[in-house]
Design a protein around this ligand. Sequence first.
Ligand code: 5GP
Ligand code: ZN
Length: 113
Amino acid sequence: MSDCIFCKIADHEIPSNAVYEDEHMLCFHDLEPQAPIHVLVIPKKHMASLDEVKEEDKELMGHIMFKIHEIAAELGLENGYRVVINTGEDAFQTVKHLHFHLLGKRKMTWPPG
Ligand code: 5GP
Ligand code: ZN
């Protein structure tokens, strides 16, 4: 997707403060952190949201979910963390490239806002 900001970050067209990268995914610090640690985990493959995940993406999705706890450990989130996937209008998804928010280093509230 040529006009997708997260595709450009995944392609290194736009620099990011990356904390983890492999051939399938990238993790980088959020521009407007909502917690002392707030990183975004994205697949390099463009998918607008969870709604666009297909059967063929199951392995990729599993890979990302599997890697998140390693990234959390690397970031020192031994006391816990929250993973958020805003999907669609009601959830205020603003960037239309699937991303997992990984937040930590503060007490979260429940229910979420
Ligand atoms: P959403 O609201 O779609 O769930 O989350 C989008 C997130 O992307 C927001 O937390 C926002 O701060 C972050 N964001 C938007 N544009 C950029 C950018 O260019 N670079 C980085 N690092 N984060 C961005
Ligand atoms: Zn994209």
